[in-house]
Design a protein around this ligand. Structure first.
Ligand SMILES: Cc1cc2nc3c(=O)[nH]c(=O)nc-3n(C[C@H](O)[C@H](O)[C@H](O)COP(=O)(O)OP(=O)(O)OC[C@H]3O[C@@H](n4cnc5c(N)ncnc54)[C@H](O)[C@@H]3O)c2cc1C
Length: 389
């Protein structure tokens, strides 16, 4: 059986490509190794899918060439996706900073995409793990176990390496190498960071504590919640910075971004010198954290000099910490790196040197910040490719 288009991987990008190609009248076969399509969509955004971000621009992406995203993003914008939701009567809301979530369950989006694929006759085969791809004279052949199918165009939408138990295989990188495309080294992104056991033992009482903080590394900062875990730090601000952090680098964390702690302590000493430092810190820090920091400076604040207060201020406003690593692909929301954009056409996502072969979604070296940018790239790159494939 020969199709116009075969798409490997029924995630966000693969399904959008199938819809776009089907709407153009192409016969489409979508192959998925999991039992169900769109597994990552279903669990995303805490079960409510942060499906896009109204502020999407190429500036929200990490890549060797973020501007590569401009063409695809301009072909399918957040408003195009919102129009699909409206058509399917799926309610949504803006949570913060342009991030849009479903009011109800994330599976509504999977159902919407399935309905759209159904409308244009996309054939879906799940529980099919593609093992081999070959170039044939008039297209490509795709094989698994004892079956082979072929197509004129082939779209690789197999995602990155994050969360292997959800079907991530790294298969797409092998196909890229097979056809001579360059691959930017992959690494885990949007991932909790881990600390050395000696630091963890000092912080064991902090596990579960969360607070708003400003986290900086490599000249970029994010202000959002951080969460102390039994392995290190997590929470949105840490996930964001993890994509910019490299092993061996230090994070600078301001645990009270709206308070100049040195000034605050000096003023408190003047007002009432009988209080302890931890009591004053607890006015703007979670109690357990205030105790951890304050307890190393025991005694009445009246007995403490400026030098010590300055040290306390630095511990809060400029906490410097060197993670030892990250939790890796096991918990990473995304994979940084991927198919080198220099080898792809920005308008269509087709390989420059292999006519009819396309790479889309997370597999490409284009990784969004936290906040719906990754799905927007998946929809946009899928749409751009499906129009052409
Ligand atoms: C827990 C979690 C929460 C997230 N929440 C959000 C969020 O709220 N907002 C946001 O923007 N992003 C979020 N992301 C990131 C987002 O899910 C991904 O960026 C996006 O799903 C990538 O889509 P994709 O289609 O490129 O890849 P994927 O969704 O990974 O799809 C690839 C598909 O290919 C299949 N496959 C792989 N190899 C083969 C093979 N050999 N044969 C057949 N099939 C194969 C896989 O089974 C998979 O279904 C989240 C990620 C995680 C892990």
């Amino acid at each position: 059986m020969k199709y116009d288009v075969i798409i490997i991987g029924a995630g966000a990008a693969g399904m959008m490509a199938a819809i776009a190609a089907g709407r153009c009248g192409r016969s489409v076969l979508l192959l998925e190794h999991n039992k169900n399509v769109g597994e990552k969509i279903r669990i995303s955004g805490g079960g409510h899918c942060n499906f896009t971000n109204l502020n999407t621009s190429y500036k929200n992406y990490l890549s060797a060439n973020p501007k590569f995203a401009i063409s695809a993003l301009s072909q399918f914008s957040p408003n195009n996706f919102i129009a699909m939701l409206k058509h399917h009567k799926i309610a949504w809301h803006e949570k913060e900073k342009g991030a849009l979530f479903c009011d109800d369950e994330a599976w509504q989006i999977v159902d919407m995409l399935k309905a759209e694929m159904d409308k244009v006759g996309v054939k879906i085969r799940t529980q099919t793990k593609v093992e081999r791809v070959d170039k044939i004279p008039d297209g490509f052949s795709v094989s698994w176990q004892d079956e082979t199918v072929s197509s004129i165009s082939l779209v690789i939408a197999t995602g990155g390496k994050s969360i292997p138990k959800m079907g991530s295989t790294g298969f797409g990188y092998k196909i890229a190498e097979q056809f001579g495309l360059r691959v930017v080294e992959a690494r885990a992104g949007l991932v909790p960071l881990t600390f050395d056991p000696s630091i963890l033992s000092q912080m064991s009482a902090m596990s579960g504590v969360s607070l708003d903080a400003k986290v900086s590394c490599n000249k970029i900062s994010f202000e959002d919640a951080i969460l102390f875990t039994h392995r290190g730090l997590s929470g949105p601000a840490i996930l964001q910075i993890s994509s910019f952090w490299r092993e061996g680098q230090e994070l600078v964390i301001n645990l009270a971004p709206n308070v100049d702690v040195f000034e605050k302590l000096k003023a408190a000493r003047q007002e009432n010198g009988k209080r302890e430092i931890s009591t004053i810190l607890a006015e703007f820090l979670p109690k357990r954290l205030a105790q951890l920091i304050g307890n190393s400076f025991e005694g009445r604040i009246a007995d403490v000099g400026d030098k010590v207060l300055q040290k306390v201020g630095e511990r809060v406003n400029e906490w410097r910490i060197k993670p030892v690593g990250s939790e890796g692909y096991r918990t990473a929301e995304v994979t940084l790196g991927g198919i080198d954009t220099r080898d792809l056409n920005a308008k269509t996502l087709e390989a420059k040197e292999v006519v009819g072969l396309y790479f889309i979604g997370e597999l490409v070296d284009m990784t969004g910040w936290l906040g719906g940018y990754n799905f927007q790239w998946a929809w946009a790159s899928g749409f751009a490719c499906g129009q052409e494939a």
